[in-house]
Structure formats: structure tokens, C-alpha cells
Design a binder for this molecule. Structure first.
Ligand code: ADE
Length: 286
């Protein structure tokens, strides 16, 4: 998908994109590169980083670096921004796209699995935001966009990531206010069900089966999510901060995501009696 923005819009700008070597992150990095930005891709997997960085640089004629970085580790995150500042002298945009989760009923999630999902999606995002702010953005301004998930109605089947993403949405609101005077804008984009490489982590057929519960009756694309991120990073997003934009085909508004078993109706609540039925001796006579 070709960008709707002017091809030199981000010339000379520098963006860090976590989880930027695959899926939605790669689409975001690609659109940034196509608009002239130099990009630093951060990911844990060198085998994906190298081809992504070289491919983007070659295709769009910008500088693209790949840095191996586990966002859960503060030291890795510090090195990522040190590298970016040494190489480019600035960091205008931070896109937190790196994250992950696994589907499981709440009662079966082990402590290790819970902690891992919270650590990546909440703590990792926090490390990235605070480090970018302290090392550069609080002095020079900048924009932070975090790709979260559509958690408005809770997140049945993935309670860990629902809790973490909800916390990140709240964190964006707080940082938007605390850092407004430093010209640091902080927002989120919440994708619904997107056909992306992340789908490989879910059982086969889950995406196709979800279509029926999306009002627009189709899945979203990585490019459609990237478009919302680019809007926020672009000058037309300059008056938007603390916001979360859903890109979900309406799925947060309608449709069943988690079937609830029939409930035994015995013991169901009853409508309480009027006072004159409860204490007939005091009922007013007409
Ligand atoms: N993408 C998913 N998990 C990640 C992590 N821990 N660090 C960087 N990118 C990631």
C-alpha cells in the first residue's frame, strides 16, 4: 500500500521501531523509510533484523540499522538508544510495537507465563518510553506511539495481555500530561484482528473464524495499522496526545469473542417486593 503522505515528509527524521523486523512493525518501518526517515529496528532476532534492515535501506535509500534488543532488559534498551544517538544524533519517534502473548483461559496461566507477558508488554514498553525520554526527548521533544490491543471490553482468553495493554493505555495518558510541556506526545494504536506474522502464534483457523464477529466482515492488514501510527507521527497528529486509536473494523463494539457457558438459573436474583408488600400492615389505604 502506497503512503498517503508526501514522499519527503520525514526526511532527516529518526525513528526507533521495536518489533520492527516483522508484521505490523515492519509495515510501520517501511512506511517511515518510504517517507525518508532513517530507522532503527529493534528486535530479539538477528536473523529477521538483518534482512529487514538491509532490504528497507536498499529499497528506500535511507539508513536502516538493526539492533538486537530485548525490551525486557533495561541494559539492552539503554544500549539501543545510546547506539541510535551515536549513529544519528537524535531520536524523533519511538514506536513500541514489540510485544507478545499466548491464548489461554485465565485459570490455567502459570506464574511464569503471566510474568513474561507483563514483563514484555508493560515493563518493556515502560523501559523504552522512559529511556527515550530521559536520553533525548525531554530535551528536544518527540513522539511516542505504542501498538497495543483492542482491550476496551476486557480481553477474554488473554487476561495477561489485556491487563498489560490496558496499563499501557493508561500510562500513555499520564505521560501525555506529564511530558506535554516538553513537547513529547504519547499515544497508542489498538489493532483488532490483523493478518500478520503474529498469527503464527495462534491455532490454525482462528483468524478465519473471527471474521464473523467483525462488523466490517474482514480482517485488517498491517498497512492499515501502520497508517494510523503514521497519522499520529505526522504533523496532522500534532494536536493529539494521550489518545488510543482503534483499528479494528468495529469489533470492539459488537460480537461475541468468548462463549459463556449456560448458567444454572437456580438461585437467580428476584425482583425485590415493594415496601407495601413487605410490610402490608403499614400499607396506605386509599
Ligand atoms: N518482540 C516481542 N518480544 C520482544 C522483546 N522482549 N524484545 C523486543 N522485541 C520483542
Amino acid at each position: 500500500m502506497k503512503s498517503i503522505f508526501r514522499s519527503d515528509l520525514f526526511e532527516g527524521r529518526v525513528a526507533v521501531v521495536s518489533g520492527g523486523a516483522t508484521g505490523i512493525g515492519l509495515s510501520i518501518a517501511e512506511e517511515l523509510a518510504s517517507l525518508g526517515a532513517n530507522v532503527v529496528l529493534a528486535s530479539r532476532k538477528r536473523e529477521r533484523l538483518v534482512p529487514a534492515a538491509r532490504g528497507l535501506a536498499e529499497e528506500y535509500g535511507v539508513q536502516v540499522d538493526g539492533v538486537v534488543c530485548n525490551i525486557r532488559k533495561r541494559d539492552d534498551v539503554e544500549s539501543l538508544f545510546d547506539h541510535t544517538l551515536e549513529r544519528f544524533g537524535k531520536v524523533d519517534f519511538l514506536v513500541n510495537n514489540g510485544g507478545g502473548q499466548f491464548p489461554a483461559p485465565a485459570e490455567s496461566i502459570k506464574e511464569k507465563g503471566w510474568n513474561a507477558v507483563i514483563d514484555t508488554n508493560l515493563n518493556g514498553t515502560w523501559h523504552m518510553c522512559q529511556t527515550a525520554a530521559n536520553k533525548y526527548m525531554l530535551q528536544h521533544g518527540g513522539k511516542i506511539v505504542t501498538v497495543v490491543a483492542d482491550v476496551e471490553r476486557g480481553f477474554p482468553g488473554m487476561v495477561h495481555t489485556g491487563a498489560a495493554r490496558s496499563a499501557v493505555i493508561n500510562m500513555a495518558k499520564t505521560l501525555a500530561v506529564e511530558w506535554a510541556s516538553r513537547k513529547v506526545l504519547v499515544n497508542c494504536v489498538a489493532p483488532g484482528i490483523i493478518l500478520s506474522t503474529g498469527m503464527h502464534n495462534y491455532p490454525p483457523g482462528i483468524a478465519e473464524n473471527s471474521i464473523q464477529r467483525v462488523p466490517l466482515k474482514r480482517l485488517g492488514s498491517c498497512e492499515e495499522v501502520a497508517g494510523a501510527v503514521l497519522y499520529l507521527l505526522s504533523p496532522v497528529g500534532d494536536y493529539v496526545t494521550g489518545e488510543t486509536i482503534k483499528v479494528d473494523g468495529g469489533s470492539s463494539l459488537w460480537g461475541e469473542s468468548w462463549p459463556i457457558a449456560d448458567v444454572d438459573t437456580e438461585g437467580m436474583v428476584e425482583i425485590p417486593p415493594w415496601p407495601e408488600q413487605r410490610w402490608p400492615q403499614y400499607a396506605l389505604k386509599e
